[in-house]
Design a protein around this ligand. Structure first.
Ligand code: PMV
Length: 326
C-alpha cells in the first residue's frame, strides 16, 4: 500500500548568478553553477496521490493540464516512479500563487513541490540533496527551490548528475534583502527557457559566458557571506546582462525584453546614481527584478510603478525551502 496523498509547498527562486545552458539536456545538467535567492510568498502547492487508474491526471490551478504541460508533468512522474520502483498512475493537482508563465519562475516552485510531494506519495523519503537532484529533472532551477534563503546549485562533473545538486549558502535570516519585481506583460513568454538555452548554446558569446561563471560564482558567494549589497548587486546585474547578451548575439537573435523592461533598467540606474543601492536582474522574460535594502523597497516600487508599461509591482523577501504541508 502506498501512502495517501501528500501535499508540499515550495517557493520560487531568483537567480543572482544565472543558469543558462546545459551540459546534458536530458538530465538538466547545467554548463555552469548558479546562485539564487528563494523568495517568500511566490509559492506553488502540489498534491500527489498514486491512486491507480488508467492514466495520470493533472490539474493546474483548477483546470485540467493539456498538451506539452501535461507531457512534462507525466515525464516527471515517470522519473519519480522509476526512482521508487513502482508503476501506479497518479493524480496531481497544483495551485500557484505565482502568476504563471510570466518569468517569475513558477516552474522552479512547481517542480520542487512536485519532487517533495511526489517522492513522499510514492513511498520514498529522500534527503534534501536527493530531492534537489529529483527536482532538477523537472526544471533545472527547481533544484534550488528545495532550499530556503541563499542557495548554490553545483554544476557537478559526473555524467549521471549525482553531484549536480543545490545546497544552502546562507539561511533566509542571514540577510533581510528585498526583491521588487516589475511585471511588464502578462502574456506568456514566446521562447521557453529550454528553447532559449538551446539557441544560446550556438551563440558566439556562449563560450565566454561559460568561462566566466566560476569567477562570478566566487564573487557572489563572498558577497552573500559578507552581506555586501553593492558587491552582490553588481555581480547579479552583470550575470543577467551577460546572459541576455549571449542571446542577442545568437542567430536568430533572442531578446526577452520589451520597451518597459529597458525603461525599468534606466529608472533603477537613475535611482542608483542618485544614491539608492538598487540592482537589476532579468530572467527568460520581460519582467525586471530589483535587489535592494528593506528600507528602500517602497521607493524602488514607486519608481518602477511609474514606468509606462509596468502593469504590477510586487515586493518579496528571502523565503523558506520546500516543505510537506499535508
Ligand atoms: O529551470 P529553467 O529551465 O526554467 O531555467 C531557468 C533559467 C533562468 O531563470 C533564466 C535562470 C535561472 O538560473 O533561474
Amino acid at each position: 500500500m502506498l501512502p495517501a496523498a501528500t501535499t508540499a509547498r515550495a517557493n520560487a527562486n531568483l537567480a543572482l548568478v544565472k543558469y543558462w545552458g546545459k551540459r546534458d539536456a536530458r538530465l538538466n545538467l547545467p554548463a555552469s553553477g548558479s546562485i539564487s535567492l528563494t523568495l517568500e510568498g511566490l509559492a506553488v502547492e502540489a498534491r500527489v496521490a498514486f491512486d491507480g487508474g488508467e492514466a495520470d491526471r493533472f490539474e493546474i490551478d483548477g483546470a485540467p493540464a493539456e498538451g506539452d504541460e501535461a507531457e512534462r508533468l507525466r515525464h516527471f512522474l515517470d522519473v519519480v516512479r522509476m526512482e521508487a520502483g513502482q508503476r501506479q498512475r497518479a493524480s496531481v493537482a497544483t495551485r500557484s500563487t505565482v502568476p504563471r508563465g510570466i518569468g517569475l519562475a513558477s516552474s522552479a516552485a512547481a517542480f520542487a513541490a512536485l519532487a517533495l510531494a511526489g517522492s513522499r506519495a510514492a513511498g520514498l523519503r529522500l534527503e534534501p540533496p536527493a530531492l534537489s537532484a529529483l527536482a532538477r529533472r523537472g526544471s533545472g532551477s527547481a533544484a534550488r527551490s528545495i532550499f530556503g534563503g541563499f542557495v548554490e546549485w553545483h554544476r557537478g562533473e559526473r555524467p549521471d548528475g549525482h553531484d549536480s545538486i543545490a545546497e544552502v549558502l546562507a539561511s533566509p535570516e542571514h540577510w533581510d534583502l528585498r526583491v521588487v519585481a516589475a511585471v511588464t506583460t502578462r502574456a506568456p513568454k514566446p521562447v521557453s527557457s529550454r528553447a532559449g538555452m538551446a539557441r544560446a548554446a550556438a551563440s558566439p558569446l556562449y563560450p565566454a559566458w561559460v568561462a566566466g561563471a566560476e569567477a562570478d560564482l566566487a564573487e557572489a558567494r563572498a558577497a552573500v557571506r559578507a552581506r555586501d549589497l553593492e558587491a552582490l548587486g553588481l555581480i547579479a546585474e552583470s550575470s543577467a546582462l551577460k546572459m541576455h547578451a549571449v542571446g542577442l548575439a545568437a542567430r536568430p537573435p533572442l531578446l526577452y525584453w520589451n520597451g518597459a523592461t529597458v525603461e525599468c533598467m534606466h529608472a533603477v540606474w537613475a535611482l542608483r546614481a542618485a544614491g539608492t543601492p538598487a540592482f537589476v536582474t532579468i530572467d527568460a522574460g520581460p519582467q525586471v527584478k530589483v535587489l535592494c535594502e528593506p528600507a528602500d523597497a517602497p521607493r524602488v516600487a514607486e519608481v518602477l510603478a511609474a514606468v509606462p508599461g509596468v502593469e504590477r509591482v510586487l515586493t518579496t523577501r528571502p523565503g523558506l525551502g520546500a516543505e510537506v504541508i499535508a
